[in-house]
Write a protein that binds this ligand. Structure first.
Ligand SMILES: [Zn+2]
Ligand SMILES: [Zn+2]
Length: 473
C-alpha cells in the first residue's frame, strides 16, 4: 500500500496523486499543470502512468489545476468512475468545456508557429467530446457520506471551505493482510480554505488520520489581518461614480466573482452603493453563478439567512446587476458614458474579455482597476499591480497606464500558515500519524512549513518530488 506523487509535487499546479492498494490504483485529482507554455504543453500530454490501469478517480474540487487533465485521462483509455461532490461535478461541467475551448485556441497559437517552420501540426490536448465523456463518468456523492470506492476501500468527502464543492478526502484502505487490523486512513486535504469566507461554510477537519497529504500553498506566510473587502469595494464604487469613470475588476469567473457580487449585493441592500450599474462580463461566470445558487448545502448561515430574509431572495443579484453573455453586450460596454462597475476575466489579465476593457480604459485617469486575487509573476495583472511599467502592451499595442490601480485585500481562498498548522494539528490529534506529505506548494514554502510542523512534533514530514512514494501500512 503506497501513494505516489505525480503532480503538485514541489510545485503548486497539476495536482495528481496515485494510491496503490491491493493491486488496484486510485487516482486523487487529475489537474492541469499550468506554467511556462512549453513545459506545460509537454507535461500535460504525457501522463506518467497507464490511464487504462487506473480503477477509480476521486476529485477534490473543480479548479482546473485539480480537474483539468481528466479529459486526457479519458482520452488515454480510463473507463472507471470519477467520484466528486455534486457541486464539483456541476462546476466541472462548465469548466471542462471551457478548458476544451482554451485547448483549441492554445494549439492554434502553437501550430501557427510550427506551420511557418514547416513542422507537423499538433492536435489539441483534448477536445470537447473528451470533456463530455469525462462528465459521463462522474458519480456524485454528498459530503459526510461514506461510500465504496473499490472492494476494500471506502471514502468520505469533508467540507474544505475553499470553493463551492471543494472537499477534503478521507480514504480508508483495508489492511493488505486479512485479519483484525483496522483500515489505514489516508487524508487528502485538497485545497484548504479559511474560516469566515463569504458564502461558504468553514472548513472541517478529519479525525484518526494515519497518513496525510496536505496542501501548503501558503506554508511560509500569513495573510495580512483581514481587511474589510466590503469597505474597499464601497470606496472604489463611490470614487468612480464621482469621477464618472469605470471600476474594472479582473476576477476569476468561478469563486471570486460570486464573492464580489455577494459583497456588492450587501452594500446595495444597505443603501451604501451609489446609483451605479454593475456588469458581470464573463459567460463562464454567468454559468457558474447559476450553479452557485443551486448548492445550498455549501452555504454558511449568513448566505442562507440572506436567501431567506432578503426581499429579492437572491444574494447573487440585485436590480443594478447585469450578467453579460453575448460578445455584442460586452462590446457595448466600451461606449457607455455613465459610470459603471465591470467584473470580467481572466483574473490575471492573461486573456479573455478583461483585455478589451483594459485596452479601452487604462489610459483614462477616471478608471480604477481593482485586483481581487493572486497575480502570478510575469502576468499583465502582476505588472499592473506592481506599477513597475509606465506603458504596457495589450494585443500587441502599447498603452500608457493612467488608471488608478488598487487591490482588494484578504480575498485569498487558501489557508495561510497559521490556518494550515491548525488544520494539521487537528487532523493529527486523534490519530497515529505516520507521515505527512506536503504538496501544492513551492519548495521554500514546504521547507518553512516542515520546520513549523517539527516544532509542534507533527510528522514525520515528506516533501515529495514527482514520482516519489510514501509507503503506508
Ligand atoms: Zn483550488
Ligand atoms: Zn489548487
Amino acid at each position: 500500500m503506497k501513494v505516489q506523487f505525480w503532480g503538485a509535487a514541489q510545485t503548486v499546479t497539476g495536482s495528481m496523486h496515485l494510491v496503490h492498494h491491493q493491486g488496484k490504483q486510485i487516482l486523487l485529482d487529475c489537474g492541469l499543470y499550468q506554467g511556462k507554455r512549453k513545459i506545460a504543453f509537454e507535461k500535460n500530454r504525457q501522463l506518467p502512468f497507464a490511464a487504462d490501469k487506473i480503477d477509480a478517480v476521486i476529485l477534490s474540487h473543480a479548479h482546473i489545476d485539480h480537474s483539468g487533465n481528466l479529459p486526457s485521462l479519458i482520452k488515454s483509455g480510463f473507463k472507471g468512475p470519477i467520484y466528486a461532490t455534486s457541486a464539483t461535478r456541476d462546476l466541472a461541467a462548465v469548466m471542462l468545456l471551457d478548458s476544451a475551448k482554451i485547448q483549441k485556441y492554445d494549439v492554434k497559437y502553437v501550430n501557427k508557429k510550427r506551420k511557418k517552420k514547416g513542422q507537423t501540426l499538433f492536435e489539441p490536448l483534448y477536445k470537447q467530446h473528451h470533456a463530455v465523456q469525462t462528465l459521463k463518468q462522474f458519480r456524485t456523492i454528498e459530503y459526510d457520506h461514506l461510500f465504496d470506492v473499490l472492494p476494500g476501500a471506502t471514502a468520505r468527502f469533508h467540507f474544505a471551505g475553499h470553493m463551492l464543492g471543494a472537499a477534503t478526502v478521507e480514504l480508508n484502505l483495508d489492511a493488505d493482510e486479512p485479519g483484525t487490523d483496522k483500515p489505514t486512513r489516508l487524508v487528502f486535504s485538497g485545497d484548504i480554505g479559511r474560516d469566515g469566507m463569504p458564502i461558504l461554510r468553514d472548513p472541517q477537519t478529519v479525525d484518526d488520520a494515519d497518513y496525510i497529504i496536505m496542501e501548503a500553498t501558503y506554508g511560509n506566510r500569513n495573510h495580512p489581518e483581514r481587511s474589510d473587502a466590503k469597505q474597499t469595494l464601497k470606496e472604489a464604487a463611490h470614487k468612480v461614480y464621482q469621477d464618472n469613470g469605470k471600476l474594472i475588476i479582473p476576477a476569476f469567473s468561478v469563486g471570486r466573482t460570486q464573492e464580489i457580487v455577494y459583497r456588492l449585493n450587501q452594500l446595495a441592500e444597505a443603501g451604501e452603493l451609489p446609483e451605479i450599474d454593475v456588469f458581470i462580463d464573463s459567460p463562464l461566470a454567468v454559468n457558474a453563478t447559476d450553479i452557485f445558487r443551486e448548492h445550498v448545502e455549501c452555504f454558511d448561515d449568513e448566505m442562507i439567512d440572506a436567501i431567506l430574509t432578503e426581499e429579492d431572495e437572491d444574494p447573487l443579484s440585485f436590480d443594478r446587476i447585469n450578467y453579460v453573455r453575448s460578445i455584442e453586450g460586452s462590446k457595448a460596454l466600451n461606449f457607455r458614458k455613465k459610470p459603471c462597475v465591470i467584473i470580467s476575466a481572466s483574473g490575471m489579465c492573461e486573456g479573455g474579455r478583461i483585455l478589451h476593457h483594459l485596452k479601452n480604459n487604462i489610459e483614462n485617469p477616471t478608471t480604477t482597476i481593482l485586483f481581487a486575487g493572486y497575480q502570478a509573476p510575469h502576468t499583465l495583472g502582476r505588472i499592473l499591480l506592481d506599477g513597475s511599467l509606465e506603458k504596457v502592451r495589450i494585443y500587441g499595442e502599447e498603452y500608457t497606464v493612467r488608471a488608478n490601480i488598487c487591490k482588494l485585500q484578504g480575498s485569498s481562498g487558501h489557508a495561510d500558515q497559521v490556518n494550515l498548522l491548525d488544520w494539521a494539528a487537528k487532523t493529527s490529534e486523534r490519530g497515529d500519524v505516520k507521515g505527512i506529505a506536503l504538496v501544492h506548494c513551492e519548495i521554500d514554502s514546504a521547507q518553512a512549513f516542515e520546520q513549523e510542523l517539527k516544532k509542534r512534533k507533527l510528522g514525520p514530514v515528506l516533501i515529495p518530488a514527482p514520482g516519489d512514494e510514501m509507503e503506508m501500512k
